[in-house]
Write a protein that binds this ligand. Structure first.
Ligand code: PLP
Length: 396
């Protein structure tokens, strides 16, 4: 089981905080925006005497509300197409274990959300990475590359759209290409769409559930964690029109008894939030994206393409080993009493040795904090490279 690149430096950030250092957390997708008021009102209005298990696939009223939310996106589904899970994380794990056997292969463009690798390992499923590169803005590789990666053991292609960690937004055309490949080789298309609403510059998101002819092939992972800044509610969903997949996933669901009842009851009114909620949040993240991308690319030696969605960016830094640099930032460096925590990107690649000079940054802080974090990073890079050339950071 690999350590999460998002959390593995936590002991160093904890130690920095104990020394009184302010740490700007750009390592983790924990939004600082408030969970919308209807969640708290619903929580306070609950009049429960016993906090019970709910059905293993989730409360029916919650699944119905989820289906109505999809209907507003133009996607027709019913409550029976949903299995409510402990975040998208559990949906991912259930889908992999339901659709694949030991030794089967899943193709995933890299860099990828690091936990895909961990969940695949649990099921002894082989991750076959397809490389995307920073110089093409992490665009989807050619169809030929996918075809070359497919073997008799390949069962699925997994895409995250918009992407974590790169922020890349797949076009409808790219998704249709993936559809053609999946249909030709009878593969599942797993689509992680937890950032669906967070797309910028007026672009539109296409859901894998909108692809024609893919009713049996598409399995979507969804979540309220990011959409509603409700990460701690631990509510997500596996969404598919494939009844066999739902039936298999339900067996895993029965083994873990029930998803979080409280999270569903409090989260129920969130689906009724209208377009003004989404517009406000998207505007906020777009402003933050604009700020961080502009500031990053001003730093000498830093390269960072503009992400089309989600709230992450992958930047290449003028260092040889971003893992060592990220640790050094927490252990050895402060600027005006603060430092920056980032996620080294090597852990987002399944191919050994890739991403050594890259980091992932989550723009989940207010603009003034992001600005301070960028100044801190610039200063840190200058000092690190100065000390590196004099050999003084060798003990990191
Ligand atoms: C791409 C992606 N998928 C899934 C998850 C898991 O989300 P949760 O389990 O909180 O729903 C995350 C969390 O950061 C994510 O970024």
């Amino acid at each position: 089981m690999p350590a999460s690149p998002i959390r593995k430096l936590v002991p160093f950030s904890d130690a920095a905080k104990k020394r009184g250092v302010k740490v700007y957390h750009l390592n983790i997708g924990q939004p600082d925006l408030e969970t919308p008021e209807p969640f708290w009102q619903a929580l306070q209005a609950l009049n429960l005497k016993t906090l019970e298990y709910c059905p293993s696939n989730g409360l029916e009223v919650y699944r119905e509300a989820f289906a109505r939310y999809y209907e507003r996106l133009g996607i027709r589904l019913s409550a029976s197409n949903f299995m409510i899970t402990e975040g998208a994380s559990e949906a991912l794990a259930f889908a992999m274990l339901s659709c694949m056997d030991e030794g089967d292969e899943v193709i995933i463009p890299e860099p990828m959300y690091a936990n895909y690798i961990g969940f695949a390992n649990v099921g002894k499923i082989v991750v076959k990475p397809i490389s995307t590169a920073i110089d093409t803005g992490f665009a989807l590789p050619s169809m030929e590359e996918f075809e070359r990666a497919i073997s008799p053991r390949t069962k699925a292609i997994l895409v995250c759209n918009p992407n974590n960690p790169t922020g890349y937004l797949y076009s409808q055309r790219e998704l249709e290409t993936l559809r053609d490949i999946c249909l030709r080789h009878d593969l599942f298309l797993f689509a992680d769409e937890v950032y669906r609403e967070f797309v910028y510059d007026g672009k539109k998101h296409t859901s894998a559930l909108q692809l024609n002819g893919m009713e049996k092939h598409v399995v979507v992972f969804d979540s309220i964690s990011k959409r509603f800044s409700a990460c701690g509610a631990r509510i997500g969903a596996l969404v598919t029109r494939n009844e066999e997949v739902l039936a298999a996933a339900l067996k895993f669901g029965q083994a873990r008894l029930s998803p979080n009842t409280l999270g569903q009851l409090a989260g129920l009114p969130l689906f009724a939030l209208g377009s003004e909620y989404y517009e406000r949040v998207v505007k906020e993240y777009q402003r933050r994206r604009d700020l961080i991308i502009e500031e990053l690319n001003k730093i000498p030696g830093v390269v960072c393409p503009t992400p089309g969605g989600a709230f992450y960016a992958v930047a290449q830094l003028p260092v040889d080993d971003a893992d060592a640099f990220c640790q050094w930032m927490l252990e050895k460096f402060t600027h005006e009493g603060a430092t920056v925590m980032m996620a080294p990107a090597s852990g987002f690649y399944a191919s050994a040795g890739k991403g050594a000079r890259e980091v992932r940054l989550a723009y989940v802080l207010r603009e003034d904090d992001l600005m301070a974090a960028m100044r801190c990073l610039q200063q840190g890079l200058r000092e690190y490279n100065r000390s590196e050339s004099s050999g003084s950071q060798k003990n990191v």
